[in-house]
Design a protein around this ligand. Structure first.
Ligand SMILES: [Fe+2]
Length: 293
């Protein structure tokens, strides 16, 4: 049985994730004085940092203390009060504007979003998502370095370490989600616009930052609060995706939360909650997604 099959089967169960967290805490204590092998690599359009240590500078602002944030993550699977510092946001936007855009499925590259929009016009198989980490560059770009430093921001890494027991790896992607018409089957292959929960690993959490103003018409993220703690047997043993219609019967409507925010706004989420991306119809969305394992 492959590692991904084991993750697919077991990581959906809360008790396995709790055991995984406690094992990581024990391992952290045992290996306290050992030198860990910290390294970074690109995996396609993703940046992956192993055994991360905190950045020397701070890139974010939190408006609550760690205990309050952990409480919200444990109860709701969501904390809404992260923010990028203004100078960090400005640097990210400047570097993003000077970066190539890569469509991962077709490997097409574009110099800017206008070129992507031109390509997408009237195209039923458009680029719904384009990435900014360029796999063809041998060395890390300035943008790659900045993304990595933000992901290792002291406040956020400390939070992820507390939530998961210990962070073994961080995976980052920076993407534009475009406004385009598309065949449904094409979009769903590259853009998770259907409700699902993640099963990346035995334990994981996400931090998202919107780098453009984002509302329900421009690609906001939606989740069902608390669903990481409340799944029915059929949710656990069946497919990880479910229809909106069925989930609205299974969960309280007040727990469906569309997350809107201005550029720089961020949130932490346990994506074992049911969640999805909304399709942008008025404006594209630039967002940084950081996954902690
Ligand atoms: Fe997901």
């Amino acid at each position: 049985m492959s590692e991904s099959t084991i993750d697919y089967i077991f990581s959906r169960f809360k008790f396995i994730r709790v055991i995984s967290k406690h094992l990581k805490i024990i391992m952290k204590k045992i290996s306290k004085n050992k030198i860990t092998n910290e390294k970074i690599e690109k995996t396609g359009v993703m940046l992956r940092r192993y055994n991360p240590s905190p950045s020397s500078e701070s890139y974010t602002e939190l408006n609550a203390n760690k205990e309050e944030i952990l409480e919200q993550l444990n109860q709701k699977g969501l904390y809404l009060g992260l923010k990028l510092k203004q100078n960090t946001l400005n640097s990210l936007l400047t570097l993003s504007n000077n970066s190539k855009l890569i469509h991962n499925r077709t490997k097409q590259t574009f110099n800017n979003l206008q070129e992507v929009n031109l390509y997408n016009k009237g195209n039923k198989k458009p680029c719904c998502i384009v990435n900014l980490v360029d796999p063809s560059l041998k060395n890390l770009s300035d943008l790659d370095h900045l993304i990595d430093k933000i992901a290792r921001d002291k406040n956020i890494l400390q939070l992820a370490n507390s939530y998961l027991g210990k962070v073994k790896a961080i995976t980052n992607i920076l993407t534009w989600t475009t406004v385009c018409e598309s065949e449904k089957i094409w979009r769903e292959k590259e853009h998770t616009v259907f409700f699902h929960y993640d099963i990346h690993d035995f334990n994981f959490m996400f931090v998202f930052f919107y780098l453009t103003d984002c509302d329900k018409m421009s690609g906001a993220h939606e989740l069902i609060q608390g669903s990481h703690n409340k799944k029915k047997i059929r949710h656990l043993i069946g497919p990880v995706s479910y229809s909106e219609k069925q989930l609205k019967k299974d969960y309280n409507l007040n727990d469906f939360k569309i997350i809107e925010g201005n550029a720089g706004f961020g949130f932490a989420e346990d994506t074992s909650c049911y969640h999805r991306a909304l399709i942008p119809t008025t404006k594209p969305r630039l967002a940084l997604q950081i996954r902690y394992h």
